[in-house]
Design a protein around this ligand. Structure first.
Ligand SMILES: NC(=O)c1ccc[n+]([C@@H]2O[C@H](COP(=O)([O-])OP(=O)(O)OC[C@H]3O[C@@H](n4cnc5c(N)ncnc54)[C@H](O)[C@@H]3O)[C@@H](O)[C@H]2O)c1
Length: 719
């Protein structure tokens, strides 16, 4: 509680430190320095305990006549507060408990506002969710320009909304349009952007943060008052405080009807709360917000997203396994679609990279691509100009590998040909790649074990399978070959985490996890096309299921040539179940490969019918079977249920170790709807027995490929 440095009992202080609660000291000038955690805390979250500790401190501060002002800050450099403890969110299962938790949290935060003395927040590092809501109850917010500073209300990403006053305070502070943009999209701002948006009042270099915050506090103390409420001006005023507000609301509603937004109820509830900030008295606005939080926190969507959050945390921990090393210097061989993207990612995250190709043209394209990417991020304010320059400086390109003496990561992304890859790996060893360096392949279908088999130290060969485009796709499959050692797997996982990706470790079998599950899904879509269901109907059914893109459009994006190659690999491995649909080869023969050739099933615009429709029509005519349109139910059963079966097969064959890998891998790798919490969560909710029965019926009436595995049957019986 509140103490001077001298009168605080050492035992109490030690106990608080041990529990990582809020700590407060008052100096000789009457300035209370309130820290949201102890110095050794890397991540500060608002647990129940910390909230109660904060409550007790604020009550004491209110009654302490010595106190002239309060400085609120994080436990140390680079950390303010990352928001509510997600475990707390997960534990709440009743609307009334969620509402009560919101009321309690907000009333604690309101004590800051009720203090008679000014309060200034000094923000550095994550200031997210409840952390920002706390800062919004302060009179002034000063932020540091530290690279770790991130400010926002990302609650919608967990299927909830800011419930500790955030929708009300942020809306009134920055106006309705900006608040809606930030809250409904869960946007995070860096310090400079937060200043521009009016979320913070001042931005200073990291080293000056506490001094600047103190200056602000002294100003308020000298003026003898707390900060006056900021008035909205111009468009922000008109679109918030007048009937023109309807325009901002309509624009937000329209955005919420598009794409996958319709599956997420929290942004809609948050929208109403933000409007309440201008149409309801303050206490009623707060009360409505707490009620909305209670309603959202119990939804299956929130529970699914929270489940996924924990899976991402688990995946990040893979980067901390024993033996994991930090890599510094990379040589990427192959500067095409994948190599260029991977090299850019490595350079961005601080590795010195040399990108090599046999051709100059891809290298020039790779440089240009990185420049474009950085330009976009500069424009959005996600990057400072000096950071962009440093990233570009870290990426060198050339046709010659140069010296390998200090390379600790050698990664190939050349053509999908085993002998080429084997030859290049042998060359790397022969040219003096250090014995400790990792040899990685980005192969999407070849055997890592086979690549390593002829090398003197096969333990350091690993698959690091990025998805296309590597700049955007969050999953990395780390493929453990037969001989790959644990330290190499751990180091590859650490690299993936450093790049901001989520690693899933898989065994070295055809298609690994993601392409293995994707194969029957895309194959079935092609079969449905040839039976007579339109591409539009197939794709719409999957969009309505919650997939980000329909399977027909996806094949167009991937390319029929790639799909045909992958299906051949899958057929060789699983000849009973994965016979490729004849459409793949026919589209390749007709050169209607998809987006890369100006159209496949769809035209270049991805919407209008493409040249591939004629190929479909021809094949249908040749088969001579009358066309039939599958119902929505049939489409889900034939496209999604085999995906469930295939995922469990992967688990039972040891391709991944845990159901949680299936959930994370397929959400991040193929866009399985995140709001379900992942494929196994979906399957259990749908009923494993229902899925098994439907697959049995399809196998009986249509084709043996639908026959579910014993693993699925066993689980269905046990559910
Ligand atoms: N494209 C995808 O969607 C995707 C996704 C994941 C993994 N992959 C895998 O990544 C690898 C590369 O695929 P891509 O799509 O980037 O191919 P790409 O054809 O775009 O690029 C391959 C590059 O390798 C270069 N190259 C060929 N032989 C070389 C050699 N001996 N030395 C140096 N450079 C050489 C080529 O000039 C070309 O620029 C493949 O193994 C592929 O299976 C591709």
């Amino acid at each position: 509680m509140t103490t001077t440095k001298n009168d605080r009992p050492a035992a109490d202080a030690a106990a608080d430190l041990a529990r990582g609660l809020a700590l407060c000291t008052v100096d000789a000038d009457g300035i209370a320095l309130l820290r949201l955690g102890s110095a050794d805390e890397a991540m500060v979250t608002l647990t129940r305990e910390r909230l109660e500790s904060l409550d007790a401190i604020l009550q004491q501060l209110a009654g302490d006549a010595r106190v002239r002002g309060v400085l609120l800050t994080g436990p140390g450099p680079g950390m303010f507060c990352a928001g509510a403890d997600v475990g707390l969110i997960q534990s709440i299962t009743r609307v009334e408990d969620g509402e009560a938790a919101a009321v309690r949290g907000r009333s604690i935060f309101q004590r800051l506002q009720q203090l008679k003395v000014p309060v200034v927040a000094a923000i550095e590092g994550p200031c997210l969710g409840g952390g920002l809501e706390l800062a919004l109850f302060c009179d002034v917010r000063v932020a540091s320009d530290h690279a770790a500073t991130q400010i926002g209300l990302p609650e919608v990403k967990l299927g909830i909304l800011p419930g500790f006053g955030g929708t009300q305070n942020l809306s009134r502070l920055v106006g309705l349009p900006k608040a809606l943009d930030l809250i409904l999209n869960g946007k995070l701002l860096r310090g400079k952007q937060a200043l521009k948006q009016g979320v913070v009042d001042r931005l200073v270099p990291s080293a000056k943060l506490l001094r600047a915050a103190r200056e602000e506090l002294d100003k308020r103390i000298a003026a003898g008052r707390k900060a006056p409420k900021r008035q909205l001006r111009g468009t922000a005023f008109w679109l918030s405080r007048t009937p023109l507000r309807a325009l901002a609301v309509r624009a937000a509603e329209k955005a919420l009807q598009q794409g996958q937004a319709r599956f997420y109820p929290a942004p809609r509830a948050a929208l109403q709360c933000c409007v309440d900030a201008f149409t309801k008295a303050e206490d009623r606005g707060f009360a409505a917000e707490a009620k909305a939080l209670g309603e959202m926190i119990v939804t299956p969507v929130s529970k699914g997203l929270v489940h996924l959050f924990f899976l991402t945390e688990r995946s990040k921990r893979l980067g901390k396994q024993d033996g994991a090393r930090d890599l510094q210097r990379a040589l990427v061989v192959g500067g095409g679609v994948m190599g260029a993207g991977i090299a850019g990612q490595l350079a961005e995250k601080g590795l010195r990279v040399r990108l090599c190709d046999v051709d100059l043209a891809p290298l020039a394209r790779a440089k240009g691509r990185l420049q474009q990417e950085l330009k976009k991020r500069l424009k959005r304010g996600h990057l400072a100009p000096h950071e962009a320059t440093a990233i570009q400086d870290r990426l060198a390109v050339g046709t010659d590998w140069g010296q390998l003496g200090d390379t600790d990561l050698w990664l190939e992304a050349v053509v999908e040909d085993l002998s080429v890859k084997q030859k290049l790996m042998a060359e790397a060893v022969a040219r003096g790649l250090p014995a400790t360096a990792v040899l990685a392949t980005n192969t999407s279908s070849l055997s890592v074990t086979a690549m390593a088999s002829k090398l003197p130290k096969p333990g350091r060969v690993v698959g690091i399978h990025f998805f296309n485009p590597p700049e955007k796709m969050p999953l990395v499959e780390v493929i453990r070959g037969r001989d790959t050692d644990d330290a190499t797997v751990a180091t590859a996982c650490r690299l993936a985490v450093r790049l901001g990706k989520f690693p899933v470790v898989t065994a070295d079998t055809a298609g690994f996890l993601v392409n293995r599950c994707l194969a029957p899904y895309l194959n079935e879509a092609a079969r449905l096309l040839l039976e007579g269901t339109s591409a539009e109907a197939i794709d719409q059914a999957m969009l309505d299921f919650g997939m980000p893109m329909g399977p027909c459009r996806l094949i167009d994006e991937v390319g029929f040539d790639v799909a045909a190659k992958v299906s051949a690999v899958m057929q060789a491995a699983f000849p009973q179940r994965m016979v490729p649909c004849e459409l793949f080869a026919a589209m390749v023969a007709a050169k209607a490969l998809g987006q890369k050739t100006g159209g496949g099933i769809y035209g270049k615009d991805g919407k209008s019918p493409g040249p591939g429709r004629a190929v479909v029509a021809q094949l249908m005519q040749r088969r001579g079977v009358p066309p039939r349109t599958a119902s929505r139910t049939e489409l889900v059963q034939r496209l999604i249920y085999p995906l469930v079966d295939e995922a469990y097969r992967c688990l039972d064959e040891g391709i991944v170790q845990d159901e949680r890998d299936l959930d994370l891998g397929l959400v991040m790798g193929i866009g399985f709807p995140p709001f379900t919490g992942g494929i196994t969560q979906f399957a259990r909710r749908e009923g494993l027995a229902n899925i098994t029965a439907a697959l049995d019926e399809l196998a009986r009436a249509m084709a043996p490929r639908f026959q579910p595995a014993d693993g699925l049957r066993r689980r269905a019986l046990a559910q």
